[in-house]
Design a protein around this ligand. Structure first.
Ligand code: TYD
Length: 148
């Protein structure tokens, strides 16, 4: 069975608009398993590392200025549903209704959430935002107690 993790961060505009619950619900409703969650004000240094590949862009300064946000990391065990997928369509595309950005985002600089764009970047981002002990080692066996 495929076992892939992604990193989703609900950005300050999403937190301020009260969208943490609705966005997490979308992933839970689809069957993704949440293995780490934190509400944090990351600070400029962490945001600069997270967005290091955009350092030369004109919008970089505004992007990394410190503000509260609620990042979280999810994990999936469903082979046909990769965790790193089109939940958060990349910025150049106009997100259609039904996607998170299509339903909630106002404009490119207020697009509510971040999602890893590859498995490799998801690994890097999870390591940047979470310590290993903060990430649950989830297995399907651990979930069975709910139904006992
Ligand atoms: P990027 O990594 O290109 O997009 P995505 O979030 O879809 O992976 O850009 C990161 C963030 O930078 C993007 O979510 C919003 C912000 N941004 C702007 O504010 N203005 C812009 O013109 C672009 C391209 C991005």
């Amino acid at each position: 069975m495929a076992d892939e993790q992604t990193f989703i961060a609900i950005k300050p505009d999403g937190v301020q608009r009260g969208l943490v619950g609705p966005i997490i619900s979308r992933f839970e409703n689809r069957g993704f398993k949440l293995v780490a969650l934190k509400l944090t004000s990351p600070g400029q240094e962490l945001l600069e590392k997270h967005y290091a590949d955009l350092a030369t862009k004109p919008f970089f300064k505004g992007l990394v200025s410190s503000a509260p946000s609620a990042p979280w990391s999810g994990r999936v065990r469903t082979p046909s549903r990769p965790a790193v997928s089109s939940w958060v369509l990349p910025t150049p595309l106009t997100p259609p209704p039904g996607t998170i950005r299509g339903d909630y985002a106002i404009e490119v600089g207020r697009n509510v959430c971040h999602g890893s764009d590859s498995v490799e970047n998801a690994k890097k981002e999870i390591a940047l935002w979470f310590t290993p002990s903060e990430v649950l080692k989830w297995t399907s066996a651990q979930a069975k107690w709910v139904y006992e």
